[in-house]
Design a protein around this ligand. Structure first.
Ligand code: ZN
Length: 135
């Protein structure tokens, strides 16, 4: 049985990040469909979920490695840019609470200074220009 399966899978592309994502997404759609308790909504959500699952299995059993690999790469680049965008914003918001950003009047470089220290003297790390600001 295992041998037969191995033979069947030979040369096939197999699961990757995109197929995993598609399966989770399809499951989510089914759950959302069930939550709505509306028979038409369930039909639509399950229909779309089954299409996505079908596509996912089609990719796993596909022998066109090159195309599947390209699809996965595309998915990963979108995934990473979304992740980077969300992560970057959270980090920035957290940072803004703790630090104050001042622009050096000498060279325009941005300098991060901790908040709540009162009036402080800031020395620009780039041009050594000194200026005072309230943090
Ligand atoms: Zn400067």
């Amino acid at each position: 049985m295992k041998k037969k399966f191995m033979k069947f899978m030979q040369g096939r592309y197999g699961a990757d990040h995109l197929s995993n994502f598609l399966m989770v997404f399809a499951m989510l759609l089914m759950i959302i469909g069930m939550i709505t308790r509306n028979s038409i909504a369930i039909l639509i959500f399950f229909g779309v979920a089954i299409l996505i699952l079908g596509f996912s299995y089609y990719r796993i059993f596909s022998k066109n490695h090159y195309k599947r690999y390209a699809e996965n790469e595309k998915y990963l680049s979108i995934h990473n840019s979304v992740k980077g965008f969300l992560g970057g914003n959270v980090k920035k918001a957290k940072d803004r609470k703790k630090n104050h950003i001042f622009k050096c009047p000498g060279c325009g470089v941005k300098i991060r200074v901790p908040r709540g220290k009162g009036k402080i003297m800031i020395t620009c790390p780039r041009c050594k220009h000194e200026f005072t600001r309230k943090s």
